[in-house]
Design a protein around this ligand. Structure first.
Ligand code: ZN
Length: 243
């Protein structure tokens, strides 16, 4: 059994047996991997604080053929995000990020873009970035990286540029104008298109004035959430905890 190593972000851990933990980590090279950290719940264990949620770690592990769980041999803490757990709203928000990553990424599939996105958002949150804005920022990228963010600037049927509101298609794969829409249930405001364009061109914003108002972000949130629930075919567990 060769010892493997990778940089990873701890998504979540749960207790198993008397003294062990199962860790779901998002690795840079191989996507989501789950492993057992033996003795991780013992007082003063070799993992220290490296298994706190969202820690950036270097993880060393063994893999047994045919087994889903790897055995974690050691971890080095590279960067801690433990302080994000001190504020309840921030801690729920980062749990939501972790849940979306786990839900959207098939296990063992490398996704460098998503890895870098999560890391840069954690760093921005540490610097005091706006929770609501960064959550929408994250959602846009998660949908985009997974190839399910529809085009929002033109009507999907007649291709006319949408200057006013449009209607989200039932399969959430585009927006139709007033004359083409067959189902007028989910109104999409032009703000969403502008927001997506802004997000694609800019790094996550740190402290300071934001280019979209809280009211605009409210309608943007509704539309993004509908797309997420549609593609996951369920409501994320951490959804109701979000500020
Ligand atoms: Zn149209």
């Amino acid at each position: 059994m060769p010892l493997e190593q990778t940089e990873a972000i701890v998504l979540r851990t749960f207790k198993v047996g008397e003294q062990d933990k199962i860790v779901a980590f998002f690795s840079k090279e191989r996507g989501i991997i789950k492993g057992v950290a033996k003795g991780a719940r013992k007082f003063s264990n070799r993992f220290g604080s490296s298994l706190e949620p969202l820690s950036l770690i270097k993880v060393y592990y063994y893999e047994k053929e045919g087994k889903e769980l790897v055995t974690i041999s050691n971890c080095d803490l590279l960067e801690s995000f433990f302080e994000l757990q001190h504020d309840l709203d921030t801690s729920f928000t980062v749990s939501y990020f972790a849940e979306l990553i786990e839900e959207f990424s098939p296990s063992r599939a490398k996704n460098d873009k998503l890895f870098r996105l999560l890391l840069s958002l954690l760093r921005t949150l540490k610097k005091g970035g706006d929770l609501n804005f960064l959550t929408r920022y994250f959602e846009v990228w998660v949908l985009k990286i997974n190839g399910v963010l529809p085009g929002l600037s033109r009507c999907k049927k007649c291709h006319k540029i949408l200057t006013h509101s449009g209607w989200l298609s039932p399969k959430k794969d585009g927006v139709s104008c007033d004359s083409c829409a067959t189902q007028k249930k989910e109104k999409i405001m032009p703000d969403l298109g502008s927001f997506v364009q802004w997000v694609r061109k800019n790094p996550p914003p740190e402290k300071g004035p934001l280019p979209f108002s809280a009211e605009q972000l409210g309608t943007i949130k509704k539309a993004l959430n509908k797309m997420i629930i549609f593609h996951l075919e369920k409501v994320p567990k951490t959804f109701r905890l979000l500020p």
